[in-house]
Write a protein that binds this ligand. Sequence first.
Ligand code: NAD
Ligand code: UDP
Length: 316
Amino acid sequence: MKRILVTGGAGFVGSHLCERLLNEGNEVICLDNYFTGSKQNIEHLMDHHYFELVRHDIINPYMIEVDEIYNLACPASPVHYQYNPIKTIKTSVMGAINMLGLAKRVGAKILQASTSEVYGDPSVHPQPESYWGNVNPIGLRSCYDEGKRCAETLFMDYHKQNEVDVKIIRIFNTYGPRMHPQDGRVVSNFIMQALKGDDITIFGEGTQTRSFQFVDDLVEGMIRMMSSRDGFVGPVNIGNPVEFTMLELAQHVIALTNSKSKIIHLPLPQDDPMQRQPNIDLAKKELNDWEPNVHLKEGLGKTIAYFDELIKANKA
Ligand code: NAD
Ligand code: UDP
């Protein structure tokens, strides 16, 4: 049995990861400050004998004896990370320093949840890990993009200078049950709008693309990365390479919910990337032929069912 710390464990991705790690027979310590996560996301784990919940902010040091650390604490949706940009960058940078310091002291292996945002608005398509990105250092997204870039630098430097056993994954757009209904991300927005019969808000023409990964595929990739061969540090892209325009996504959501909602167009936010698609060759090679298995329609179906229940229970 391993003892595993999951920072940001009460968030969307973290809650699924905690669940999977517990199911595999590990002891899990879930650390969160509940900025965007909630106890509701993990309430089904509370009675588990090997589950522990800690309210803590990772901008402050935290001490515990663990074998592995998954560092997920950081708001992920543009609405949430732009709410308090200084706090966002502190979480990424000071949080990384604190968790790397902990890993160094106790000899734990540590995985960083980095992001496709490190590629910014990419001029190379699809994006391989070798691409250095096209990031605005002073824009609305910079607190998140540059915070995550700096965290990657810290992970590599702790690895090179202090031999900390690090693993870095770059996560591309991920969706699924337990996304925050008001997080402003496109999948949750479109589903909530469709279920409520509100207008579906497409920003810009809707020709920008994203590739959407269902959360179970991400969790599988995270666990494989944590147990990947010694010396394989990454960064490695974890995402679904099947690309859709936002217009296509809206049409799928309308069809799957039988909604009468109309599509409307709103202005495109500043620095909104035009396209985003992972090259996953490295993940396939290093992570035992890992690739996403869940098709968009299947994943959307499960996510729609989740939001439908939230609305019916007056929780959204
Ligand atoms: P989320 O907002 O649901 O989860 C983040 C969790 O971290 C929340 O529970 C929040 O309360 C917690 N948190 C935030 N700041 C904290 C702090 N200072 N101290 C302690 N806890 C803190 O987001 P998510 O979608 O679950 O994302 C999880 C991780 O994956 C993030 O690091 C994010 O950058 C990364 N990621 C996610 C996506 C995606 O599409 N979901 C894409 C790329 C990267
Ligand atoms: N988007 C949209 N309508 C919405 C929310 C988002 O058209 O209600 C667009 C947004 O402009 C972006 C894409 O959907 O081009 C993905 O946005 P999201 O915030 O989900 O993720 P990110 O931009 O970080 O990939």
